[in-house]
Design a protein around this ligand. Structure first.
Ligand code: ZN
Length: 229
């Protein structure tokens, strides 16, 4: 059961195609995983269609009993530009699978469509792995894989950090985050994500490097650039 969702405002911006490339990918992947947000996005798209057609025309258009397939197709055409894909890529075998350390993860549709953007895994200190996703923007989007019993040192953010759990569980001072949970933290938050008995694959978007705050981990501040690349 997903506990943490993007805000309504983020879903509106997503439906309108107005999120940054990194956030389009993050919110799109959450929506792939979340029935509740799928329904909400559908509502938002319908409201946008009403605005586009005008209320009366929209009523006519509905009364003309276009079957729901046509309706869907029209909406799809209108909102085709909102799909979080910068360019189409031909489907390839195993596109929706991600491999790391003998493990295999199934990617939600948005990520599977963008799998050609996923770089190689590199190992970070302490059971952490990173693979960047090339979104051709100022922002940084990375898969972060946390092995069992691993910890990302406590840090704050100069900008926003959005994290989406793709598979597994991680915890911080606020609670536990599981498959599909979407967490947005701003510079005011300080946290140290960790795993216990389960590993965790996340997708993380940063709009500025991490800033490690405590003791020895302050020495790791150069390490934050590893996350930010
Ligand atoms: Zn949701």
């Amino acid at each position: 059961m997903i506990k943490f969702h993007p805000s309504e405002q983020q879903l509106v911006l997503y439906a309108a195609g107005e999120l940054s490339p990194a956030m389009l990918m993050m919110v799109g992947t959450h929506v792939d995983m979340c029935k509740q947000c799928q329904a909400q996005v559908q509502d938002i798209e319908e409201q946008m269609a009403r605005k586009l057609f005008g209320e009366n025309n929209f009523a006519d258009y509905q009364a003309n009993s276009l079957d729901s397939k046509t309706h869907d197709a029209m909406l799809a055409a209108i909102f085709a530009s909102t799909a979080p894909v910068a360019e189409p890529s031909p489907p390839q075998p195993h596109d929706n699978l991600l491999y790391l350390e003998g493990k295999r993860f199934t990617l939600p549709a948005t990520l599977a469509r963008n799998s050609h953007r996923i770089g190689d895994w590199s190992r970070l200190p302490g059971k952490l792995w990173r693979a960047s996703v090339d979104i051709g923007a100022e922002q940084s989007l990375n898969f972060i894989y946390m092995g069992e019993q691993s910890t990302v040192p406590e840090h704050t953010h100069k900008g926003n950090e959005a994290t989406l759990v793709i598979n597994g569980v991680f915890s911080d001072e606020q609670g536990d985050y599981k498959d599909g949970d979407f967490v947005l933290l701003d510079g005011a938050h300080k946290h140290s994500p960790h795993t216990t008995h389960e590993d965790c694959l996340t997708l993380a978007a940063l709009d500025a490097p991490l800033h490690f705050t405590t003791g020895l981990s302050r020495l790791l501040n150069p390490f934050s650039s590893l996350f930010f690349k």
